[in-house]
Design a protein. Structure first.
Length: 306
């Protein structure tokens, strides 16, 4: 802390002329400006040295330099981790809008793995969007995982929390199959917990989204999924794996991200959480199939190289 000390006589001397009165007034104004400036410097220095600011810098640097993400100080809470996430993501976006938002840890096993009892949410970047059949290298995305999901597309803007699923449905104009490809590349992956996951934007990296169909003709809760890699079935799942209800998961996601200060805009997508389970990627060819009432929705594919 800086201190400014003036001689008492310089401020308390009795003045008898108008000119001396003006001079004294100017001196007092100057003193006030200097004190205000010093206080601002102190506040700025304090903010720059805060633990949250340092974590934000570490996360943004890790994204920029494509190096493992840091594990977060255990003193952070989930709420402060969301604050770190928002500041980190806004720094990366540099004024651009998100491509959408994602839910994570939407099943009991996933929550148990990361030591939490609730879902988490993050932001999707436009540069993360890939076409079906794209090849990703494990050298470039070291912590690559594969999740089979459902995507919902925003048709009209949402600017305040929604009370129920019926209100959400009015804003959704499309349902699509999706594969999310989170990157769990951390300095200490074995020590990950929900605070780490939230602060680092829920490991958001790449994703594939298929064709959107009106929710009036495609029920996201009725879908069954199957992931096959290198001709071997890896797992199956169903739409209700995510918080028990796709619409409930999407409603939670929208309200959670609105609470973090984000705007939900037309054209943005919502990834509502993993169906089946999250699978560490290995080299080869993976195909996700989506079926509803014994009719095929679509297939999406991802190739993984060394």
């Amino acid at each position: 802390m800086f201190h400014l000390r003036l001689k008492q006589s310089s401020l308390m001397t009795t003045v008898t002329s108008p000119r001396r009165d003006i001079a004294a007034t100017h001196l007092k104004s100057s003193v006030a400006r200097v004190v205000a400036s010093m206080s601002l410097i102190c506040l700025t220095v304090s903010a720059c040295s805060s633990p949250q600011h340092r974590v934000v810098d570490e996360i943004v640097t890790s994204w920029r330099e494509q190096r493992p993400l840091p594990n977060i100080d255990e003193t952070l809470t989930i709420n402060s981790a969301y604050d770190v996430q928002t500041r980190s993501v806004r720094a990366k976006l540099r004024g651009a809008s998100p491509a959408g938002f994602k839910a994570g840890l939407t099943s009991a096993p996933a929550q148990a793995r990361f030591k939490t009892d609730g879902a988490v949410a993050g932001v999707l970047f436009k540069e993360g969007s890939l076409q079906s059949g794209t090849t990703l290298s494990l050298r470039e995305v070291r912590g690559l995982h594969i999740e089979v999901e459902i995507a919902m597309r925003i048709g009209t803007a949402i600017d305040k929390p929604l009370p129920d699923v019926a209100a959400l449905r009015a804003h959704i104009d499309g349902i699509a199959p999706a594969i999310e490809l989170p990157n769990l590349d951390y300095v200490q992956p074995q020590a990950l917990d929900a605070v780490d996951i939230v602060a680092t934007n829920v490991a958001a990296s790449k994703y594939i989204v298929g064709d959107f169909v009106s929710p009036q003709t495609r029920d996201p809760n009725s879908v069954d999924i199957r992931l096959v890699c290198n001709d071997k079935e890896m797992f199956t799942g169903k739409g209700t794996d995510s918080l028990g209800d796709q619409w409930r998961a999407a409603l939670w996601l929208v309200n959670q991200m609105l609470a973090q200060g984000w705007k939900i805009q037309p054209g943005q997508i919502l990834l509502t959480g993993s169906l089946g389970r999250m699978l560490p990627a290995t080299t080869g060819h993976c195909v996700a199939g989506y079926h509803s009432n014994q009719q095929q929705w679509a297939t999406l594919a991802i190739n993984v190289s060394d």
